[in-house]
Design a protein around this ligand. Structure first.
Ligand code: C5P
Length: 205
């Protein structure tokens, strides 16, 4: 069984994907981490995320980099959204994701283009969303918990800019697949959202 989970930043897609993987005993790939690893390599080597050639040269990173906590920072997230718009970067990361999706027994993948590009034949597709303000509030709270002091307005502006870049790019833009079930987590607790996601999977399989 292949489960594709797509949606914008802080929609809850990562938490839902991890919970589904655990519930069904499937391996899970957070594909955003791959773009974050490319971005982190570009930043560390003082290259330019907006230059396609620079970003492509950072695509053969070592696997251990995926465990680096810095990858989860907003700085790297912003640069990830820039490098991910380059067609050659997406092409370089394509096979790895497709291979993960096709492993025997199935898998759960989350990202922006899983249901549309990486696994268009997935058994279940979920598109997870929440209002920009609610996503900004979640992100703001999480940042404060980690001691990062920033204003809600700045986090909201960042979320809107990332949504705009991710959904307007020409190559594999963030989009709800026509056969994806929509899950709005705006007014759901994590538990309720996960239960809703499991109910959707059950109804499709
Ligand atoms: O999901 P996350 O915030 O970790 O993703 C970081 C960035 O990577 C996103 O803003 C998006 O630009 C890019 N991304 C993508 N396609 C995916 C996953 C992430 O373009 N499948």
């Amino acid at each position: 069984m292949i489960i594709a989970v797509d949606g914008p930043a802080a929609s809850g897609k990562g938490t839902i994907a991890r919970a589904l993987a655990q519930h069904y005993g499937l391996p899970h790939l957070d594909t955003g981490l791959l773009y974050r690893a490319v971005a982190a390599t570009v930043l560390r080597e003082e290259l330019d995320p907006a230059r396609e050639a620079d970003a492509v040269s950072a695509c053969s990173f070592e696997d251990y980099l995926l465990d680096d906590p810095w990858l989860r920072s907003d700085e790297v997230g912003r640069a990830a959204s820039v490098v991910s718009a380059h067609p050659l970067v997406r092409a370089a990361l394509l096979n790895r994701q497709k291979k993960f999706a096709r492993q025997p027994g199935g898998a759960v993948l989350d990202g922006r283009d899983i249901g549309t590009v990486i696994a268009p034949d997935a058994d279940v597709k979920l598109f997870v969303k929440a209002t920009p303000m609610i996503r900004a509030q979640r992100r703001h709270l999480e940042l404060r918990k980690h001691g990062v002091l920033t204003s809600l307005d700045k986090v909201l502006a960042d979320i809107r800019a990332r949504d705009e870049r991710d959904s307007k790019r020409t190559e594999a833009p963030m989009a709800q697949a026509s056969d994806a079930a929509l899950l709005d987590t705006s007014f759901l607790s994590i538990d309720a959202a996960v239960q809703r996601a499991i109910a959707i999977v059950e109804s499709k399989t």
